[in-house]
Ligand binder design. Structure first.
Ligand code: NAP
Length: 489
């Protein structure tokens, strides 16, 4: 597998802005200049003074671009780009500008985009496109599920010998095609600010996912779940891999269901995965082996592939205990758990293993009873009465961004000694602030998040993450999200 190059896409409303942005690109092999998004497109201005090879693109509106002038005008722009020596010129396959394609030779990027889904007989289409140009044939489709990337892998394998293709899956389900572009046989991967089609920034590709270091021996890990595009986990694990010098990468893998992930994971040769909502139970049923703690909790959160066998664990219980160790004596304490979902199950098992008397409080009493029964505990009222607990654990999403002013328990009911909130965005919730003000010891959800990630990393690699690296990466990511008013899961 050849290492794919990095092409940074630049868009702007005016030529002056476009040139400024072109010149501000810090680390790229190529810069794509999108003339179709500029009010006053000008080929000479785009090319003059460039310090890197460029791809000139003037995408037609009928192909998802921003150019609203005539086809004749567009043809003139593309033709001028070829004549003026642009390193590459993107020409839509469906434009049938055959004369430009043959004139441009190896400098042509013959492109095709499907924004609505997967193209039937994409292999046949790619073959036809490769037959029509000596340049690069680029196909971009829109996967509707993670496993839609699997046929794209096969396309790449078939056509990648000369690295004259680019295969892109647009949108969230196609992210792997951008981050692992070499596995898909692509000559380069595009980065930039076109988030609506799933582009990621160059700095994220280079610094977080370490694009330049990914080769065909790089082990692939990821977080699989329903909504994982804003997860903190890739930042933590990639930072830990980098710090330990381990040849591995970790990516968000949104999957519609367990089968979707299994199909993709097997095709790409995944080495392991973190598992989150809503696949913790369905994947439990699909793996080859599950350890005793995960079996008791009834859900998995980690998969490791050993000699083709998918082995699973749940590191949430140990991750939860991580910040309590050496700080809080659990033996004989009265623990109140708020909520009765997946996290509450792991927390109940952890607290019972530490010797606590567990009481579960949920707005739906039958669910509280079910979780309590896992560990021989009891169900209590919602919300818990004052003076009924020593340690309170919030396992509901109450207080999570954007509802940061919410709290599961009024301040006057915070009568115990320790309050532990699993919510980690924001790191300091209203519950924790009010508990601290009332003299309770407080622990935030980031501690558990980092704790369970540590366990995963060690299980996968046999190495202990460099001290502080995961925590710092998580803090950085959360700060970044807060700045962008984005959300984190
Ligand atoms: P889950 O399976 O959806 O369970 C959520 C529980 O909270 C359910 O019992 C739900 O009750 C209850 N709940 C939700 N909104 C409520 C409200 N307004 N009032 C009362 N109860 C409410 O979710 P989960 O996986 O257990 O996760 C729970 C929280 O823990 C999330 O915020 C998650 O981000 C966090 N978490 C953190 C970590 C970490 O590492 N720090 C790990 C796992 C989870 P109903 O069934 O009645 O809706």
């Amino acid at each position: 597998m050849a290492t794919p190059e990095l092409c940074v896409t630049v868009t702007a409303p005016t030529m002056a802005d476009l040139r400024r942005q072109r010149d501000a690109v810090a680390d790229a092999d190529l810069v794509e200049l999108r003339l179709d998004k500029v009010r006053d497109p000008n080929v000479a201005g785009a090319l003059e003074g460039r310090t890197r090879p460029v791809v000139i693109t003037c995408r037609a509106a009928w192909e998802g671009g921003g150019f609203t002038g005539s086809e004749e005008e567009r043809r003139r722009i593309l033709s001028e780009a070829l004549e003026s020596g642009a390193e590459y010129v993107d020409i839509e396959w469906r434009a049938r500008f055959d004369d430009l394609v043959s004139r441009g030779g190896r400098r042509v990027v013959l492109s095709s985009h499907n924004f609505n889904g997967m193209t039937r007989d994409l292999a046949g289409q790619l073959r036809a496109m490769r037959g029509a140009t000596t340049g690069i044939a680029k196909v971009a489709v829109t996967p509707q599920r993670l496993a839609d990337c699997t046929p794209l892998l096969a396309l790449g394998a078939e056509a990648s010998r000369d690295s004259r293709i680019i295969v892109i899956g647009m949108g969230d389900y196609g992210l792997a095609t951008r981050l692992l572009a070499g596995r898909f046989g692509s000559a380069w991967t595009y980065a930039g600010g076109l988030r609506d089609i799933g582009q990621v920034t160059a700095s994220s590709l280079l610094n977080e996912y370490r694009l330049r270091a990914i080769s065909d021996t790089t082990a692939i890990y990821g977080i699989v779940g329903g909504s994982v595009m804003h997860s903190v986990s890739p930042s933590m694990h990639n930072a830990a891999f980098a710090a330990a010098g381990i040849d591995a990468v970790y990516l968000p893998l949104p999957a519609v269901d367990a089968d979707d992930f299994v199909a993709f994971g097997r095709a790409i040769g995944i080495s392991g995965a973190s598992v989150t909502i809503p696949h913790k139970v369905s994947l439990f049923e699909r793996v080859d082996e599950v350890d005793a703690i995960a079996r008791r909790i009834g859900a998995i959160n980690t998969i490791r592939v050993v000699d083709g066998r998918w082995v699973a664990r749940n590191t949430d219980a140990n991750g939860f205990l991580h910040p309590l160790r050496d700080r809080v004596d659990l033996e004989g304490r009265r623990a109140a758990i708020l909520g009765a979902g997946g996290a509450a199950r792991a927390v109940a098992v952890a607290l019972a293993s530490g010797g606590c008397a567990v009481r579960v409080h949920a707005r739906q009493r039958p669910q509280a009873e079910e979780v309590a029964a896992l560990v021989g505990g009891s169900a209590g009222p919602w919300p818990p009465e004052p003076d009924s607990w020593d340690l309170l654990v919030n396992c509901t999403p109450i207080g999570m961004y954007p509802n940061v002013d919410d709290t599961p328990l009024p301040a006057e009911r915070l009568t115990g000694r320790v309050v532990y909130d699993l919510v980690y965005n924001p790191p300091s919730t209203r519950l924790l602030r009010e508990a601290a003000a009332r003299g309770c010891r407080t622990i935030g959800g980031l501690d558990m998040l980092v704790g369970q990630a540590h366990e995963q990393f060690t299980w996968w690699t046999g190495a202990v993450p460099t001290a502080g690296v995961m925590r710092q990466a998580a803090d950085r990511r959360l700060t970044e999200f807060t700045r962008n008013e984005d959300y984190v899961v």
